[in-house]
Unconditional design. Structure first.
Lengths: 115, 410
């Protein structure tokens, strides 16, 4: 079994479409069900983290800019780590990811073992 | 409460064995654990003989303590090295040897048991061996009973017990309470052992229902002790006790007269023990202090929802989300299967079948039973073929009967 990082990229959420607590609750379910599906197959290595949309970018020569990043159309919204026999299998697991219904995408990357 | 010595002695054996042995091991040090065991066994043997002939003493427990004390003093007298060590201490305290008292105070008994629990749950002993040793020392189970509960044989259990005991001796394990940080570190191990002890009783396929119930009760007694000590009374301790209360509330409802398992949705809920359900709710409330959510919290909450017999959207959605979290904390095949059942109830059978097919637990009869169940309303032929596969994988009679019943109901 190899490990793969699944990176969720989402379109920037505009200020006016700030979801209500009830909407956030409703958004949680598909995510929890999807991660639960992976965990039930014993293929979840880490539930990873969700990332806030604000951020900073540090560049050479002491240049620090605030996000959102004009040069990036899609921001990273979060990630999980799964185990799978192949990258195809890892991609298969990503097909039901709720980010796809929100116009986002999933990037699947093999993790290089350290030893 | 007890009619005669026939019922009383086994009961006292369960409750007093660990107390006497813990106090004696604390006094003797763990190196003499086997002698302590002999003393307790001899004490109970004498009780069985004497009480049978002369009737019950006024205070049977005090009788046991006195006899154990005399036997302990005898042992000290006849063990030269030991005698010299104890004699030295006695000289210092100026107490004549024959007046040496064993501290049977409630506090010392309580402390010794708790300390014994922590000594057994040292990380140096494997968890399987810890459970055997706990059953043996903390619950007074003999090798034969342990073998019966584990569906194993006596020889294997003897081996486990002697390996664990020699580890206790070689490590010179002290019967004392570890420092609070060490308690905290080892508590998880202690709780896991109690959890496994309880599960062994609750899920064992052994036909001996009395034995299984005893196991569960003893695990609860030990867990209750942990809630009475400020250092061990943590949210996780309460969550585990809550889980045990909820499960135990269904004891009378989950088997029929022949000892066969009655599945949850076929149980007569009027047989569920309301008092235990209330206790479970009480400890679940106590467990909700603090930020850390242990797997015991999640399992107790799942068990809480199962005390509501009626199917509601809220119930199954809550159970599904709890299983989603539980599986992220710790995967187990049984949690994966139960989660899929909840998925069917919350999101519909079709969705659950898609996910069930991916689980691939092809050695488990539970897996094929679940698939058979899910297909019941969708495709009778597929359902039947899954049940037949389950039947070919099932080993115990109760499991086979349950599956045959499902086939007959198709």
């Amino acid at each position: 079994m190899k490990e793969f990082l699944l990176i969720f990229r989402r379109n920037e959420v505009s200020e006016e479409s700030q979801p209500s607590p009830e909407q956030i609750q409703a958004m949680m379910k598909p995510w929890q069900d999807w991660i639960g599906n992976i965990a039930a197959q014993n293929k979840l290595v880490s539930s990873g983290n969700r990332l806030a949309s604000e951020g900073m970018v540090v560049k050479p020569n002491n240049v620090i800019t605030n996000g959102p990043y004009v040069e990036m159309k899609e921001a990273i919204g979060g990630y999980i780590i799964v185990s799978a026999n192949s990258i195809d299998e890892a991609a298969e697991l990503s097909k039901d990811c709720p980010i796809l219904k929100m116009n986002g995408n999933v990037e699947v990357r093999a993790i290089v073992p350290m030893d | 409460m007890f009619m005669n010595e026939k019922e009383l002695i086994p009961h006292l054996f369960r409750t007093e064995y660990r107390k006497i042995i813990s106090v004696l091991c604390k006094l003797f040090s763990i190196e003499h654990i086997e002698s302590a065991e002999d003393i307790v066994s001899d004490t109970f043997l004498l009780a069985a003989e004497t009480w049978g002939l002369k009737g019950l003493p006024k205070n049977p427990t005090a009788w046991l303590y006195t006899v154990a004390k005399n036997k302990a003093l005898d042992y000290i007298k006849h063990n030269k090295i030991f005698y010299e060590k104890i004699a030295l201490e006695i000289n210092q305290s100026q107490t004549p040897f024959h007046e040496l008292e064993i501290d049977w105070s409630e506090k010392n008994i309580y402390d010794s048991q708790l300390q014994m629990m922590f000594a057994i749950c040292t990380p140096q002993i494997s968890s399987q061996d810890q459970i055997c040793l706990s059953l043996n020392i903390l619950c007074g189970f003999g090798a034969e009973e342990i073998a019966d509960a584990f569906l194993s044989n006596k020889k294997v259990i003897y081996k486990r017990l002697s390996r664990a005991k020699s580890k206790l001796r070689s490590e010179k394990m002290k019967i004392e309470m570890p420092s609070p940080p060490e308690i905290y570190k080892r508590l998880e191990n202690v709780l896991t052992t109690l959890y496994l002890l309880y599960s062994e009783g609750y899920y064992s396929t052994s036909q001996n229902t009395t034995l299984r119930k005893d196991l569960c009760i003893e695990a609860m007694r030990l867990n209750l002790m942990l809630t009475e000590n400020e250092h061990t009374n943590t949210p996780a301790t309460n969550a585990l006790l809550s889980l045990m209360c909820f499960h135990s509330s269904r004891f009378e409802a989950r088997t029929n007269k022949n000892g066969n398992l009655i599945l949850y949705h076929e149980q007569d809920e009027t047989l569920w023990n309301k008092e235990l359900i209330h206790k479970g709710e009480y400890y679940l409330g106590k467990s909700s202090q603090g930020k850390h959510v242990s797997k015991f919290h999640l399992e107790a909450s799942i068990a809480y929802w199962h005390t509501h017999k009626n199917d509601t959207t809220e119930k199954w959605e809550s159970i599904l989300q709890l299983y989603n979290r539980l599986l992220q904390v710790e995967y187990s095949p049984i949690a994966a299967l139960n989660r899929t059942y909840a998925l069917a109830k919350a999101n519909g059978v079709k969705n659950a079948i898609v996910e069930a097919e991916k689980l691939n637990l092809i050695d488990s009869h539970f897996y094929f039973t679940l698939l058979g169940e899910l297909y019941t309303t969708i495709d009778k032929e597929k359902s039947k073929s899954h049940f037949l596969t389950a039947l070919s994988l099932a080993k115990s009679m109760p499991d086979k009967q349950t599956i045959n019943q499902k086939l007959a109901n198709l």
